[in-house]
Design a protein around this ligand. Structure first.
Ligand code: DGL
Length: 276
């Protein structure tokens, strides 16, 4: 692809299969208050967790094409499943702009874990079974303290806003029933939808620390904007909305839909203190 001029006043494109990536968007807004964003939720194709890698690559390519067409200066794949399947493809195809992926926070969890305790990585099936997570664990898990647990239904529970502990707690208890949970210091929330359930994770496992990849991703985004010298100077901040929301290529303008998204942003702000 040809080298294109990137405009520091353009938006940063943040992309997920659905609304889970709002957890990353909000972290990025906290860290980069001068920036403007486009949030792309591929709601027509959610969930990605049970799709083939080939299908996911096709979806991320379409979403990236849309955001670049709209002039985004950087792309954040705020989806562990899409990063696992498609980040290499995107970086190769769109090599003129920074493409930032997210990965389960395995490395910081291992580094901060207390002696004799273990780390449990939770994610969608496609992330859990992926080569990327396997390599990440091989690289950092020197003492074999990491276990993996797929939670296939949780992302769609977030899409349907099924957050009530009466529904979520029994689901999580059932999934965790085969494990001795007293062994764990950390649970890695390796899907961007999962931080929306931090209250239920904490209700079941009060002594276990939760960690997600949003902080590392936001910090890496900031570093990449600096490296490419495309950090916004904030002088066009008043022009246009802070975040433009898009659902599978259709800009969200409906007031009720915007309110629904704002409600999820609010939920994230309320719960974000529960994650390390
Ligand atoms: N939010 C996504 C992730 O981080 C995927 C959820 C899904 O679509 O299955 O993995």
């Amino acid at each position: 692809m040809m080298l294109e001029q990137l405009d520091r006043n353009s938006r940063i494109g943040v992309f997920d299969s659905g609304l889970g990536g709002l957890s990353v968007l909000n972290r990025a807004i906290e860290l980069l208050p001068e920036e403007k964003f486009m949030y792309f939720a591929d709601v027509d194709n959610v969930p990605y967790g049970d799709k083939t890698r080939e299908q996911i690559v096709k979806y991320v390519d379409e979403a990236a094409g849309y955001m670049i067409e709209k002039g985004c200066k950087a792309l954040v794949i705020a989806c562990n499943s899409a990063t696992s399947a498609g980040v290499s493809f995107l970086r190769e195809k769109y090599d003129f702009l920074p493409v930032i992926g997210i990965e389960p926070a395995v490395k910081p969890a291992i580094a901060a874990s207390v002696a004799d305790k273990r780390v449990l990585v939770t994610a969608t099936p496609v992330t859990i079974e992926g080569e990327k997570l396997k390599k990440l664990i091989e690289e950092y898990d020197r003492d074999s303290i990491v276990d993996k647990l797929p939670l296939p239904e949780l992302a769609m529970m977030a899409e349907k806003e099924l957050f009530e502990p009466e529904i979520v707690v029994p689901y999580l208890k059932e999934k965790l029933s085969g494990l001795d949970t007293s062994m764990y210091d950390f649970i890695v929330l390796g899907c961007t939808h999962f931080p929306f359930f931090s209250d239920s994770f904490k209700a079941i496992l009060p002594g276990v620390r939760l960690i997600d990849g949003s902080d590392g991703t936001a910090r890496y985004l900031k570093a990449m904007l600096e490296k490419y010298d495309i950090t916004s100077l904030g002088d066009t901040f008043e022009q246009g909305k802070k975040v433009v929301y898009v659902k599978s290529g259709r800009e969200v303008t409906d007031k009720q839909e915007i309110e629904r998204i704002e409600g999820l942003n609010e939920r994230w702000r309320k719960l974000s203190g529960l994650c390390d």
